[in-house]
Design a protein around this ligand. Structure first.
Ligand SMILES: CC(C)(COP(=O)(O)OP(=O)(O)OC[C@H]1O[C@@H](n2cnc3c(N)ncnc32)[C@H](O)[C@@H]1OP(=O)(O)O)[C@@H](O)C(=O)NCCC(=O)NCCS
Length: 188
């Protein structure tokens, strides 16, 4: 790359061939941070199953590509499995250490939220963030997410209790539920 030429950044849908790089970013976050509450690394079949499930469910999995490398990824999926939660998703965003503070998470979240708006099936977006992760809290605040709850001491990693800060962004899709034709239309 020429010193005078800025790096090319491309936000695009993830492909199966991106999964080894996504896996590396994911496992770094497991090993080095409290962003993911696993303690053991995952393997490629786990990431493949995750990507396939997200894609089959119509949910986006995006990557930021810089000079041919996957610099970060972002996705959302249904927040909780019961059907009453079908208009609520939980998002996630991870950027490789060497690409931090270059606006990559911002670019990924911008496109992810645009996808959520366009999908027409997303009313609320939840970010569940370890409470000391002020970087991620600030990032989400930039997009209008607001803290709606804090669960103290619900996790434990690296020998310490972790709290979970729940942030929410409600999209302007209030007509969604009215247009929804499900089998249960009234309650007793
Ligand atoms: C959180 C994370 C995704 C941010 O990625 P990034 O590409 O560095 O973020 P950006 O460069 O787009 O910065 C976005 C905003 O985040 C905040 N931010 C980013 N890095 C920060 C830092 N070191 N300190 C304080 N705020 C920071 C700022 O508000 C920044 O906006 P600004 O540049 O306009 O001030 C990245 O640090 C990361 O992957 N961390 C580990 C995994 C993680 O915590 N994921 C989120 C799980 S909920």
């Amino acid at each position: 790359m020429s010193a005078n030429r800025p790096s090319e950044q491309l936000i695009r849908d993830a492909r199966e061939s991106d999964l080894p790089e996504i896996l590396a970013i994911h496992n770094d976050a497991i090993a080095e941070t409290t962003a993911i509450w696993d303690t053991e690394p995952v393997d490629l079949p786990e990431r493949l199953a995750w990507w396939q499930a997200r894609t089959a469910g119509g949910f986006p999995v995006l990557v930021a590509e810089i000079d041919g490398a996957v610099a970060g990824y972002a996705s959302y999926g249904q927040w909780r499995p019961k059907s009453g939660y079908r208009f609520t998703v939980e998002n996630s965003v991870y950027v490789a250490d060497r690409f931090h503070r270059r606006g990559i998470a911002t670019a990924l979240l911008t496109e992810l939220l645009a996808r959520a708006e366009r999908a027409g099936t997303v009313h609320a977006v939840i970010a569940a963030i370890e409470s000391s992760n002020t970087t991620s809290i600030k990032l989400h605040e930039k997009f209008g997410f607001r803290t709606v709850g804090v669960l103290p001491e619900v996790g434990h990693k690296f020998g310490e209790w972790m709290g979970l800060t729940l942030m929410q962004l409600t999209l302007g899709t209030t007509e969604l539920a009215n247009a929804d034709h499900d089998s249960v239309t009234s309650r007793r």
